[in-house]
Design a protein around this ligand. Structure first.
Ligand code: CA
Length: 225
């Protein structure tokens, strides 16, 4: 089985290659994000070990770009410190697993083997409500044929509502799903974001898909409004 290791610390990369070769893997190395992305596109890898902090293009961007292109090769990300998780939390970048440096080699191999057993994840299905569509894989939203540009938070709020289209979703659930569990702000923030969404997915099209259910939460009309 062929693996790609994208890691700019040359000694670590070479140690990983030696160790993984001893486990019976074939290993290609890339030392920056651009080279990693290029190799990931060209090569037929069983999995990719991808460092987060890389020259030229971060591991996050590499993973996001692969997913955007419909490449679902399993990705194990390596992050150097806990703080880097913060970015990962808010971003649905499509990595399959994470390890924080420093990690033990035995743990890396165990994670990798688990990942390989699971294989490439299925591409998430496109969500629809009438002519409103949201593609979690490419992070795009359309009303009919028109693409709508949303921020990451707006996209995440809309995704929650579309996954439960036709049902009332409490503000507290949206908060938990979209903001991390440590978020201590008011539930008002949900209202603000639903307002932003109305101005993008409803008002320009003369629609009312995002409904406020007083005292209960929000509902996205199943027919798209
Ligand atoms: Ca690095």
């Amino acid at each position: 089985m062929k693996l790609l290791v994208v890691e700019d610390e040359v000694r670590l990369a070479q140690a990983l290659r030696r160790g993984l070769q001893a486990e019976g893997f074939t290993v290609d190395l890339a030392h920056d994000g651009e080279d990693g992305l290029h190799r990931a596109r060209e090569g037929d890898y069983a999995a990719i070990v991808l460092d987060v902090m890389l020259p030229r293009l971060s591991g996050y961007r590499v993973c996001q770009q692969l997913r955007h292109e419909g490449n679902w090769v399993p990705v194990l990300m390596l992050s150097a410190k806990d703080g880097e998780y913060d970015e990962a939390d808010g971003l649905d970048i499509g990595a399959d697993d994470y390890l924080t440096k420093p990690f033990s080699y035995v743990v890396l191999v165990a994670h990798l083997r688990a990942l390989l057993r699971r294989g490439a994840p299925d591409r998430p299905a496109v969500l629809t409500a009438g002519d409103l569509t949201l593609d979690p894989a490419s992070h795009t939203v359309h009303r009919g044929k028109q693409e709508i540009a949303l921020t990451r938070r707006e996209f995440a709020v809309l995704e929650v509502l579309m996954r439960h289209r036709g049902q009332v979703v409490p503000k507290s659930q949206i908060l938990t799903d979209v903001w991390d569990s440590h978020y201590s702000g008011a539930e008002n923030v949900v209202e603000v974001y639903v307002g932003y969404l109305r101005r993008k997915v409803d008002e320009p099209f003369g629609r009312t898909s995002l409904q406020t259910i007083r005292g209960a939460g929000y509902r996205l009309a199943a027919d798209g409004g």
